[in-house]
Design a protein around this ligand. Structure first.
Ligand code: UD1
Length: 427
């Protein structure tokens, strides 16, 4: 397996292009199941998770074509056509590798009247149940059966009637599944306390482009008027706000000056605020965000929260940055339990972080030192790369498959702005 070697201490300077958003792509791709016409998605990131989802769609009989993409380009265009769906089963082997496979449940149920998806099982960042996905679909009129590790959702003859559901906890995935099931229902559906992450807005915008009728887009109260059919569309995936935030932290920890091309400031205000609180200058521009860090880093106190709060997916990367702040920061993780797996690894690099339950106290230190590290999830892995960029000496980050799931050509992008970073085969 490959590893990344970083020789820290280089100040980052230049432009990093931000890719299409992984988490948006993973809910836009299953929308192809909702129509027999072609869906073309532009600006899809080239990531292992997207390849996995393409494979899953092929399994259902969906044809996929990658168009006009040169290896040197970031992003790609994919056309998906679900003229005939030949299977409505998402098998264990694919779901196990990619939790987001659960997002086929709603659209498959809407189109075929039934869907069977393997239960995703445990996950490194906490239990991650799918009970809310199932309750929302039940509220729309589906019957849910659980057997042999699979969940089967069945619509009544004539299709889902639609219904009302109030989410007891804000869930991005459950909101996505519910919306995708409701767009083809016979009647109206209303959702309260729905997630309103920008990726949900992106999903709604695509569905509207396909002919869906959705009110309240961008709010936590959504009304979906079911329509009898959706048509094809061509749509550009939004920019990845978590990738952009991660590179902002990378620039900041090196005292650098980086322009994040395509980053959209309005979609990452909580991250921008946290960086400003840490003493980093952030300047939104028409086609991106300028990040400049030339003074000392300041400590920050914050909690993760559903959007528009500070994203749990940015917690590890911000923590890496705060390791070098002048003072103690307090971060509280409210979304997932067990999302501090980067802490022992950062401490091995000379950080001084203590955790107690959901809270981490980050005592700023004067310097970090390179080490061999490995992480067990995507964002935790990125936090180690960020720490490595500032650390004295060499950092080796192992288990790159996490990074490859979520960061398109990470080492190339960081090398573009002057990082001393390379990917080599593990010995
Ligand atoms: C999505 C993102 C992930 C991000 C997370 C929170 C994708 C592919 N992944 O994950 O990167 O970290 O949002 O912003 O978009 N919950 C339940 N029951 C459910 C569903 C969720 O109890 O049926 C709980 C979870 O355990 C968690 C909270 O709700 O504590 C939020 O999870 P959720 O928003 O659903 O996360 P995902 O959609 O899995």
């Amino acid at each position: 397996m490959d590893k990344i070697i970083i020789r820290g201490g280089k100040r980052l300077s230049g432009t990093i292009p931000v890719s299409g958003a992984k988490n948006a792509a993973l809910t836009l791709l299953p929308c192809a199941l909702l129509t027999d016409e072609p869906l073309t998605l532009r600006n899809l990131p080239r990531l292992a998770d997207i390849d996995g989802f393409q494979h899953l769609m092929n399994q259902f009989g969906v044809t996929t074509v990658i168009q006009g993409s040169r290896p040197e380009d970031f992003g790609r265009v994919m056309s998906l056509e679900a003229t005939r769906i030949t299977s409505s089963v998402a098998p264990y082997d694919l779901v196990r590798k990619m939790r987001a496979s659960i997002l086929v449940l709603g659209p498959m149920l809407a189109r075929m009247g039934e869907a069977t998806v393997s239960l995703p099982g445990g996950c490194a960042i906490g239990n991650r149940p799918i009970d809310l996905h199932l309750k929302a679909l039940e509220a729309l009129g589906a019957t849910i059966e659980l057997a042999q590790g699979y969940v089967r959702a069945i619509a009544p003859d004539g299709g889902l009637p639609g219904g009302r559901y109030s989410f007891p906890v804000v869930s991005v995935g459950a909101t996505e599944n519910a919306i995708m099931a409701a767009v083809l229902a016979n009647g109206k559906s209303t959702f309260h306390n729905a997630a309103r992450e920008p990726e949900i807005v992106d999903l709604c915008k695509l569905l509207v482009a396909m002919g869906a009728e959705i009110e309240g887009i961008g709010t936590s109260d959504l009304t979906v008027h079911g329509v009898s059919r959706l048509h094809g569309a061509t749509y550009r995936v939004m920019s990845d706000r978590i990738e952009a935030g991660s590179y902002a932290c990378a620039a900041a920890i090196t005292g650098g000056e980086v322009f994040l091309k395509n980053a959209v400031a309005e979609e990452m205000e909580a991250t921008i605020q946290a960086l400003r609180d840490a003493g980093v200058a952030i300047e939104p521009r028409r086609d991106g965000i300028q990040v400049t860090a030339d003074g000392p880093l300041k400590p920050v106190t914050l909690s993760t929260a559903p959007y528009p709060g500070f994203a749990t997916d940015m917690q590890a990367q911000l923590m890496a940055l705060l390791c070098l702040a002048k003072g103690s920061s307090v971060l509280t993780e409210t979304i997932f339990e067990n999302r501090y797996m980067h802490v022992p690894e950062l401490n091995r690099m000379g950080a001084k972080i203590e955790t107690k339950g959901r809270t981490a106290v980050v005592h700023g230190v004067d310097e970090l030192t390179g080490a061999e590290v490995m992480a067990t999830d995507l964002r935790a892995s990125m936090s180690l790369v960020i720490a490595g960029l500032a650390a004295k000496g060499e950092t080796q980050v192992h288990r790159l498959y996490h990074l490859d799931r979520g960061y398109e050509r990470l080492e190339e992008k960081l090398a573009l702005v002057g990082a001393d970073i390379e990917r080599v085969g593990d010995d």
